[in-house]
Design a protein around this ligand. Structure first.
Ligand SMILES: [Zn+2]
Length: 267
């Protein structure tokens, strides 16, 4: 925080109305805004949102500078926050309106590949994955500082249009927390950000775990979970994945019959 910030202290109510004015102007220009609205004291309350914030707070590079972003994130100053592969863009209302861009390396193919191997059979459906309803073992793997899925500071490049952004200004810090809040509502964006397909965790697991007898009930359970997913997170579930898995189940189921036929032919 600089002397200028102390000198020109803007009360929360005033800041909020300024943010609303700025948002109205942008929307009048035809921009679609996705603001961060946080209810209650906690920035994030779900597995993915909390794990995102906790990961950032782990690093000594960030620990002194992050706290200044919490108030900004909580009081509605983030007018817009969008997440795409390897990138977060945001608009934050402060003394002015600031543009923030955060580049985050997508997950290295090697790291993703070895994670998928170690996670095989541990994630059975997308709903459990997105709600973090997984065993302690796999949760620890996801949040592991070296082999897990969260980015380290060295993989994160920060920038803001304000004069004192170097070394993380409060706008950038707010947006880093804002990502945690967004992941509460849309955890699937974590995988978008890291540039990987979350379905690969499920299909790998299901193919390995499937047995001929388990084929039919499993398919039904998965269909139910997928319907919940669309309701809760607005995820379009890739139907092809189910079809592929069912086909594999069927092939496996047919194998014993083929063997019996071969045995019958023998005598
Ligand atoms: Zn800034």
């Amino acid at each position: 925080m600089t002397w200028g910030d102390f000198h020109r202290y803007v009360p929360v109510a005033e800041r909020r109305s300024k943010a609303e004015q700025a948002a109205r102007k942008l929307m009048a220009k035809g921009q679609t805004l996705e603001p961060i609205e946080i209810e209650g004291r906690s920035i994030a309350t779900t597995f993915w949102g909390k794990a995102w914030c906790e990961n950032l707070e782990e690093y000594s590079d960030y620990e002194n500078r992050l706290p200044r972003g919490r108030t900004y994130a909580r009081n509605g100053s983030i007018l817009d926050l969008k997440i795409s592969a390897g990138k977060v863009t945001a608009l934050v209302s402060g003394s002015r309106l600031y543009k923030i861009k955060i580049d985050i390396d997508t997950l290295a193919p090697q790291r993703w590949a070895s994670f998928k191997i170690s996670a095989a059979g541990k994630v059975t459906n997308l709903l459990d994955l997105l709600q973090g309803r997984l065993s302690k073992d796999i949760l620890a793997q996801i949040t592991h500082p070296d082999s897990g899925l969260f980015p380290k500071p060295v993989e994160i490049k920060l920038s803001c249009s304000c004069p004192d952004w170097a070394g993380m200004c409060k706008h950038v810090a707010a947006v880093l927390y804002g990502v945690g809040a967004r992941l509460d509502a849309k955890p699937q964006l974590f995988f978008t950000l890291r540039g990987v397909d979350m379905q690969e965790l499920i299909s790998a697991a299901s193919v390995q775990a499937s047995t001929p007898l388990a084929g039919a009930p499993k398919g039904k359970k998965r269909a139910l979970a997928n319907a919940d997913l669309a309701d809760i997170f607005g995820v379009d579930v890739d139907v092809d994945v189910d079809v592929d898995i069912d086909t594999i189940d069927e092939k496996k189921a047919r194998q014993p019959r083929a063997k019996k036929a071969a045995v019958r032919k023998k005598p």
